[in-house]
Ligand binder design. Structure first.
Ligand code: PGA
Length: 244
């Protein structure tokens, strides 16, 4: 159950969130809980979740370890401050910051090398879905970003299916639409990495997940978890999604 805070909250608001959120999800069994704040608030988030069952993730990284790359943050830098996860190739990164399947692959490799667990985002735009191209897009994203990984690296990633038309729009994919896309992604994984690896892959759904629809989405066998934007910003709403 992962929360993507995007470019929201300052350090004070970050600490205030965890004061309420940690007790609300304490003792939740069998669930991994991850929050991904903006870079500058990662230290505050790590400090506020120490000793709890909540882990912290970044929203992006650069694939080189260090160097003359103004404005970038590396995987070892994130790992060194206690960050455990990282979102890779979110659709907003693809749309606004020119990320590609090729850069996604480089970022996954860098994250894994530093011991971070990547949450790799895929998903089609509205025009792709309306044009009947959803599977073509998902296949291209899988083949370009994920398929080049060796099997041992593939075993350590989580995939998030986020249809772009459902992000921040209030339009959730129906559980059936989401489950179909997840099944397609799992088929891609099966053809490249085999049955067992594909079955073990965790696929999160993201796009207007709310306390009201989390249970129905999570009831789908194909949906292993959720990646939540807007509804992860309030401690009570994200806690109720976690405790669906
Ligand atoms: P949303 O965002 O829940 O606000 O639709 C999801 C995401 O972009 O990860």
């Amino acid at each position: 159950m992962a929360g993507n805070w995007k470019m929201y909250k300052n350090a004070e608001e970050t600490s205030a969130f965890f004061e309420k959120f940690n007790p609300a999800v304490k003792g939740t069994a069998g669930r991994e809980i991850v929050i991904c704040p903006p870079f500058v608030n990662l230290p505050a988030a790590v400090a506020a979740t120490r000793g709890s069952n909540v882990e912290i993730g970044g929203q992006n990284l650069y694939w080189e370890k260090e160097g003359a790359f103004t404005g970038e943050v590396s995987a070892p830098m994130l790992a060194a401050i206690g960050v455990r996860w990282v979102i890779i190739a979110h659709s907003e990164r693809r749309q606004f910051f020119h990320e590609t399947d090729e850069t996604a692959n480089k970022k996954i490799v860098a994250a894994l090398a530093a011991g971070l667990k990547p949450i790799v985002c895929v998903g089609e735009m509205l025009a792709d879905r309306e044009g009947g191209n959803t599977e073509t897009v998902l296949e291209r994203q899988f083949k370009g970003g994920i398929a080049p990984l060796p099997a041992d690296q593939f075993a350590r990633i989580v995939v998030a299916y986020e249809p772009v038309w459902a992000i921040g729009t209030g339009k959730t994919a129906t559980p059936q639409i989401a489950a179909e896309a997840h099944a397609f992604i799992r088929d891609q994984a099966r053809s490249r990495f085999g049955h067992d690896a594909a079955q073990a892959l965790r696929i999160l759904y993201g796009g207007s997940v709310k306390p009201e629809n989390a249970k129905e989405l999570m009831a789908q066998e194909e949906i292993d978890g959720v990646l939540v934007g807007g509804a992860s910003l309030k401690p009570d709403s994200f806690a109720s999604i976690v405790n669906y």
